[in-house]
Design a protein around this ligand. Structure first.
Ligand SMILES: C[S@@+](CC[C@H](N)C(=O)[O-])C[C@H]1O[C@@H](n2cnc3c(N)ncnc32)[C@H](O)[C@@H]1O
Length: 357
């Protein structure tokens, strides 16, 4: 990372979030479906108050390009294929809520000490995770790094946002290593995971933690494989091929635990949760998560498709819109008990006594 550009910070009273109680099944478990399916999407679920802003940041960073009706990042232009506009920010904030529901209200799975100090959020997006973490852990100084300065301006004093590229050389002195490195929803954004985790390891304190929270982008059905003519199936095959040929494959989560180990992290632990898409589960909490997931799936089709399919796969915007409409329709109407897996991977840098550093 180089030449970070810091945004202004302003004090705000910390507040604490109640931890909702929910249970999410592990991979392999069957989720009991409700007898009468109700896959209607509640149109109020997607409302969010995420807002964009303009700051005195260099225009080279905020002079955002527009393409096919969506807005993209300017810093390291072209490196990241998904938009940074308000609809995308709403989508990311909805995902944050879904993750908190999955984790019973918590922001992490790593067994963090009660007073973590230095924390970094790689690819922070709207900064919503970093802001919540800073609120809940006043001992911590949380740094959110992103290509896009789309985070709020009024932030707690123990949080800051930096415009930078996490794949470039990290600018931090090693004596200011992190207690906790957090990465969420970054598959499809990184070309060289080995290098990323080598840098992460170097910049983790002995005894410190790394945590990855990622979806496996593979839509499955509890009733057997999706048919070949499923629009969702066709779409995800194209996404996998396109992101691989772009050099930042989306479907890498199954490799990342081993990459953490190869970088030197120990006690690497992976939990794989089964997350419904749609209101089909009988269990109340899973039904709620499923409703949000269905809405999120519908809203993710366009941002995940437009730049990838036009820039990398050579489709026209019109061809994309036809496909987007069909895939959204299937997410709205499918009665196939759709689900995805979410991976939570934690690792630790050995204590100094055991570390080779
Ligand atoms: C799918 S979003 C996830 C945002 C956030 N982690 C969350 O879970 O809400 C991916 C984010 O990574 C950022 N990003 C992608 N490549 C990056 C890079 N090389 N360096 C820094 N940020 C990057 C994008 O700008 C985007 O905000």
């Amino acid at each position: 990372m180089s030449a970070p550009q810091q945004q202004g910070a302003a004090p705000q009273q910390p507040h604490h979030h109640p931890a909702p109680q929910t249970t999410v099944p592990l991979q392999g478990a069957a989720i009991e479906a409700e007898s009468e399916e109700n896959s209607e999407v509640d149109s109020t679920l997607g409302e969010s108050d995420a807002s964009s802003f303009t700051t005195s940041l260099a225009s080279s960073v905020v002079d955002y390009p527009y393409e096919n009706g969506r807005r993209y990042h300017k810093f390291r232009e072209g490196e990241y294929l998904y938009p940074n506009d308000e609809p995308e920010q709403d989508r990311l904030d909805m995902l944050h809520h879904i993750y908190r529901l999955m984790l019973g209200g918590s922001l992490h799975k790593a067994a963090l000490p009660p007073s973590p100090q230095r924390v970094i959020d790689l690819g922070t997006g709207t900064g919503i995770w970093a802001l919540d973490f800073a609120d809940e852990y006043p001992s911590a100084t949380v740094e959110g790094v992103d290509l896009s300065p789309i985070q709020p301006r009024w932030i707690p004093p123990n949080c800051k946002f930096i415009v930078d590229d996490i794949e470039a050389e990290w600018p931090y002195p090693t004596e200011q290593a992190f207690d906790y490195i957090h990465q969420r929803n970054m598959v499809g954004s990184v070309g060289d995971w080995d290098r990323l985790y080598e840098q992460a390891y170097k910049h983790t304190k002995p005894g410190g933690y790394i945590e990855l929270q990622e979806f496996r982008v593979d839509f499955l059905s509890q009733q057997g494989p999706l048919p070949e003519n499923s629009e969702i199936n066709k779409w995800q095959k194209q996404i996998n091929a396109g992101t691989a040929s772009f050099g930042k494959p989306l479907n890498v989560i199954e490799d990342l635990a081993n990459k953490l180990k190869a970088a030197g992290f120990v006690d690497v632990h992976e939990d794989i949760l089964k997350i419904p898409i749609g209101a089909w589960p009988k269990d109340k909490n899973l039904k709620l998560i499923g409703q949000f997931m269905q809405l999120h799936a519908i809203e993710s089709v366009e941002p995940l498709t437009l730049a990838l399919f036009t820039r990398v796969l050579g489709w026209t915007e019109l061809e994309c819109q036809v496909l987007i409409g069909k895939v959204q329709e299937e997410f709205k109407t499918s009665r196939k008990q759709l689900f995805v897996y979410t991976h939570f991977i934690t690792g630790r840098k050995a204590d100094r006594a055991h570390s080779e550093d």
